[in-house]
Design a protein around this ligand. Structure first.
Ligand code: CUA
Length: 329
């Protein structure tokens, strides 16, 4: 007698179970599709919308417009650091041993991390927010600081230097910084003019230094160095290819200075425009000692020249092919 009673509920249970399994799987599929779709449409970015106005406000404020270490009083210093994909500004921080250091940190784009070994300094940096932490470093030493929040394709190379100097070494570093030798301007740089180079440098800092670094050293495996590697562009064909790389972007593997790189150079044609592209090209052609490699016949880039190189438009793959055909120098 009991058998028909138990058979019906067992049958019902499995139907309900199946229904919920299907609903759960469908939910999973939707979330998976959403995250894949987001990743494809935002390559190399964290799923985060930068809060443009607060970030700009913070970065242009009195504190973050001059990142670096400042003396506040006897044995008291302030270190202001900006994190951005994929570097710290300044890249190197030096403080004297035994002094209290107040860190003020922020991010210019996505969430980054800042951690100093052997200390309580370990903070997450959010765009639009300022993190504050104080520490005293007793022992002199050299450390590497690494970003410890995944922030995009260059995350693993996001490193900075942190140095605690003995009192004697600190005093020596101050006198060395007080008397910087003014470099003489070479003929090429004089022909371009300091105003254009300064403008190009400012554009580079905002648009290019995140990947190629303020030092022009690039990042191993992803972004090639620009310091000392632009010789291949010095022929007549190379000049147009260089303009094309900035205008239309480039992707795929490439060689620079005997090492291989595989990153993505975005197209800047729309964002920068002809004049800014000309100025940033003049800057990279002359920065980091590159001016020495330029032929005496070098002429500064012009907005008209870039406008000419814009037509016809190329794909990033076509630019890569064009780049691969350049004779190596
Ligand atoms: Cu910045 Cu990871």
């Amino acid at each position: 007698m009991s058998e028909p009673e138990t058979a019906a509920p067992r049958h019902l249970m499995s139907r309900y179970e199946w229904r919920w399994i299907v609903i759960a799987l469908a939910g999973l599929a939707v979330f998976l599709a959403m995250s894949i779709g987001f990743t494809m449409s935002h390559p190399g970015r964290l799923p985060m919308t930068p809060q443009v106005d607060p970030v700009r406000k913070i970065l242009s404020g009195p504190m973050f417009s001059h990142p670096g270490v400042t003396r506040l009083g006897p044995h008291h210093y302030r270190a202001v650091v900006i994190a951005r994909q994929f570097s710290f500004d300044p890249a190197s921080i030096k403080v004297p041993a035994g002094a209290r250091v107040d860190f003020y940190l922020t991010s210019a784009d996505v969430v980054h991390g800042f951690e100093l070994p052997d200390s309580a300094v370990n903070v997450e940096l959010f765009p639009g927010y300022v993190a504050h932490v104080s520490a005293t470093f007793r022992k002199p030493g050299r450390f590497l600081t690494a970003c410890n929040q995944y922030c995009g394709i260059g995350h693993q190379a996001m490193l900075g230097r942190f140095e605690v100097l003995s009192k004697a070494a600190w005093r020596k570093s101050l006198t060395a910084a007080a008397a910087p030798a003014a470099p003489a301007m070479s003929g090429v740089m004089a022909a371009i003019g300091p105003a254009r180079i300064a403008d190009g440098k400012a554009i580079f800092a905002v648009s290019c230094a995140g990947c190629h670094q303020a030092t022009g050293q690039g990042m191993p495996g992803a972004f090639p160095p620009l310091a000392g590697t632009l010789g291949e562009y010095n022929g007549p064909a190379g000049r147009a290819v260089l303009a094309h790389v900035l205008l239309f972007g480039m992707n795929g593997p490439l060689n620079a200075g005997g090492k291989s790189y595989n990153g993505v150079m975005p197209a800047w044609a729309a964002q920068l425009g002809d004049r800014k592209i000309a100025h940033v090209l003049d800057y990279i052609e002359t920065a980091w000692g590159n001016a020495k490699a330029l032929p005496p016949s070098f002429k500064p880039f012009t907005a008209a020249g870039i406008a000419h190189d814009r037509v016809p438009a190329l794909t990033p793959a076509a630019v890569a092919a064009e780049h691969a055909r350049l004779p190596a120098r």
